[in-house]
Design a binder for this molecule. Structure first.
Ligand code: FE
Ligand code: FE
Length: 282
């Protein structure tokens, strides 16, 4: 990994930053100001993300990964592969990726949610495999936002967009940009990252509610702040209830009890086999 492209010591540092922003009970006004309490690595991460996520970049990545032409792999093996991302120099503060997935899915399961919802929890961050394919951190994680139209005021570290080349394209700087009023989010290109990638991998197999959770779980400007409502249609608004429901498990299950991976594995192998083939196209 090139350090200049990857300022976060751990990919998790972005997730931890988001969690601290949306601490339960914290007022919106308190997390508006990121200048004082944000780690410089996180600030640098957003500077790169906002500088480089352009319309051209997103379209190129959608094309590159859209064909799902990487080696077929099963879900459990993908989870173990993703776990190799962890840098074990800091074992006390970082939850391995596989444990975050299991903590999320176990929290959903304990609440008696449908099985497809549990499975969505299990796979939701598998798109972070992009990092292992050599993608820079700013093209894997980070809050997502539409490209090709004006950046909403609710996007974290918004001033960094001044350095984005799309800021000089007048067509991209109007409220609707290249989209039309209430066109539906399916027509909208979001910043490229682990959400869109796992959505594409799981698209043939999971119900629409689960696919919304996967595709928009990092779209914090919309599901936490209500931004971009004018790009949504009625279906999107209904489905976003599920995205918000999912987000609580993603954010707040972390740091709980460490899952007993070998004990849980048989349950999850069954669940995976119920919905997904033994190997998936990535
Ligand atoms: Fe995620
Ligand atoms: Fe997550």
């Amino acid at each position: 990994m090139q350090p200049a492209n990857n300022p976060l010591p751990h990919l998790d540092d972005w997730d931890d930053f988001v969690k601290s922003r949306y601490q339960e009970g914290r007022a919106e006004s308190e997390y508006r100001d990121h200048s004082t309490d944000t780690h410089p690595c996180v600030t640098e991460f957003y500077r790169l993300n906002h500088r480089f996520q352009t319309v051209d970049f997103v379209l190129a990545k959608e094309k590159e990964y859209g064909s799902l032409s990487r080696s077929p792999q099963g879900v459990w093996s993908a989870m173990e592969y993703l776990n190799t991302l962890i840098d074990d120099s800091d074992p006390d503060t970082d939850v391995p990726q596989l444990e975050h997935l299991l903590q999320t899915s176990e929290a959903i399961r304990k609440d008696g949610c449908p099985r497809w919802f549990v499975l969505a929890g299990l796979v939701h961050d598998l798109g972070k495999l992009l990092c292992l394919y050599g993608e820079p951190q700013w093209a894997v994680v980070g809050d997502t936002f539409p490209v090709g139209c004006a950046w909403a005021g609710d996007i974290v570290f918004r001033p960094f967009f001044e350095a984005n080349p799309d800021s000089g394209v007048p067509e991209y700087q109007t409220r609707l940009g290249i989209y039309s009023e209430n066109c539906g989010l399916d027509q909208v290109h979001l910043a490229w990252g682990h959400d869109e990638y796992i959505y594409r991998v799981m698209r043939p197999y999971l119900p629409a509610e689960a696919l919304y959770m996967l595709r928009y779980h990092s779209f914090y400007p919309a599901h936490q702040h209500g931004a971009y409502d004018y790009l949504m249609n009625g279906d999107d608004r209904k489905m976003f209830e599920w995205v918000r429901k999912f987000s609580k498990y993603d954010l707040y299950s972390k740091g709980g009890e460490r899952p007993d991976v070998p004990a849980l594995r048989p349950y999850y192998e069954d669940l995976i086999a119920e919905f997904l083939p033994a190997e998936l196209a990535w």
